[in-house]
Design a binder for this molecule. Structure first.
Ligand code: ATP
Ligand code: MG
Length: 411
């Protein structure tokens, strides 16, 4: 009864201050079902984080996070298809045919700081909604919404900041960056993705804390970099990287003064953004191959002057660039293999011999290497007309393919 009354008061406060409605059609049915089950079992539960932020900005959320006062074990008992995951903090993945929803228990800031081997503070102390809201990173990420009661809880003015298109930190940015330096990259990512202006005190904190970027554990760094550049706002992320002088930490090649190298990068990034918008797949190996191509190309050209064999020269250049890069931003083996393959296949596009053409077409990495070749073609790095020839060849039926091959004037 009491909680119904509180809910009603909250509801009226909400409609007073937030006449802007949450677009219910954007909320996942699965998330609503989970909240219903939790409520039925007398737990508090809200959708929180990116989903509510994105809905308020009229975007379609890509995933839904639920926060509740039930513990992971209690949550697990309620959902047959669920499992507890996480070391840094435990949370529950609840599955259904449509995907996974993350359900986590309200958390408090850790009282006794327990720093784990990877430098991250252990974060497993449960708390109240108020405490949970305080430990989130930005005001826009700390808005809680209950789709059953329509109550919206916004303790840090996130809605106001979203309206003002402002990215503001909860608490002192310097302290929050000391607790977790990934937040520096998150600030840049949200500003790029949502076109938010970064608060002045965050800007100052980025300047003074950016050297900590070097201590981010690799697994978290890789994920964050991929989110920066593979989720549709790569160009904006690139601009911010340059503005804050962050390239030197991860991608020294961004700093190249060569206009062709810059143009190659920018085209690669805008093509990636186009692919994301068109719902096409994007590949970390392809992206990193674009990032480092100017280095490979430069070395390849240098080596070509002394090497008798251009393929050997290219392979040497690739090995050297990957070895150098792995010191600043280690690249997973799997991703490194993809990058090497894309690069190594490049000279083969110029060898228009019938047998070789079909062999290249059948290579498992053909498509990525072809896209990469088109980027090079765009920058006049290869023989005029070669890109067009391959494009015609790929789309042609078998008969036309054979005519195209027959008509090649072998040099
Ligand atoms: P998106 O999913 O669009 O990348 P998001 O805000 O949902 O954005 P997640 O990484 O999914 O980001 O995290 C969900 C929520 O958890 C965030 O909105 C934020 O409230 C909180 N959160 C995530 N990472 C951190 C962090 N490093 N520090 C503080 N809070 C965080
Ligand atoms: Mg999210």
């Amino acid at each position: 009864m009491k909680s119904k009354f509180i809910d009603a008061v909250k509801q009226s406060v909400k409609s007073l201050f937030y006449p802007q409605k949450i677009d219910e059609t954007k909320i996942s049915k699965h998330a609503i079902e989970i909240i219903k089950v939790l409520k039925k079992n007398n737990y508090e539960a809200y959708i929180v984080g990116g989903a509510i932020r994105d809905i308020l900005m009229n975007k379609n959320p890509k995933d839904f996070d639920i926060a509740t006062d039930a513990t992971p074990e209690q949550i697990k008992l309620l959902f047959r298809r669920s499992r507890i995951i996480g070391r840094r903090f435990k949370l529950v993945h609840v599955m259904d045919g449509r995907g996974i929803i993350e359900v986590s228990t309200f958390r408090a800031k850790p009282h006794n700081k327990e720093v784990m081997r990877n430098g991250v503070t252990k974060d497993n102390e449960y708390g109240t909604l108020k405490e949970d809201a305080e430990r989130r990173d930005f005001t826009c990420n700390s808005i809680y919404y209950n789709p059953l009661t329509k109550v919206l809880i916004d303790l840090y003015g996130g809605v106001k900041d979203i309206r003002a298109k402002k990215l503001a930190m909860i608490g002192d940015p310097k302290k929050r960056f000391d607790e977790d330096s990934v937040r520096i990259l998150r600030a840049i990512r949200f500003s790029a993705k949502l076109n938010l202006t970064i608060d002045k005190n965050i800007l100052e904190a980025i300047e003074s804390k950016k050297s900590q970027l070097q201590s981010i554990p690799y697994s978290r760094l890789f994920d964050e970099i991929m989110k920066l550049f593979l989720t549709g706002h790569a160009l904006q992320s690139f601009d911010l990287f340059k503005r804050f002088n962050l390239s030197k930490y991860y991608f020294p090649s961004f700093e190249s003064k060569n206009p062709k190298a810059q143009s190659f990068l920018l085209k690669g990034l805008s093509d990636t953004d186009d692919r994301v918008r068109a719902n096409k797949s994007v590949n970390p190996g392809f992206l990193l191959a674009v990032f480092l191509w100017s280095d490979v190309k430069k070395l390849w050209e240098e080596r070509n002057k002394t090497s008798i064999n251009t393929t050997v020269a290219l392979h040497d250049a690739i090995d050297l660039v990957l070895a150098k890069q792995s010191k600043v931003f280690p690249i997973q083996k799997r991703v490194g293999v993809t990058m090497s393959e894309i690069w190594r296949l490049q000279p083969r596009f110029s060898k228009l011999h019938p047998k070789r053409i079909y062999r290249l077409l059948g290579h498992p990495r053909f498509r990525a290497a072809y896209d990469f070749m088109l980027l090079r073609d765009h920058h006049e790095e290869i023989e005029f007309g070669l890109g067009k020839w391959w494009t015609n060849f790929i789309v042609a039926d078998e008969h036309t393919k054979s005519i195209l091959v027959k008509n090649i004037k072998l040099k």
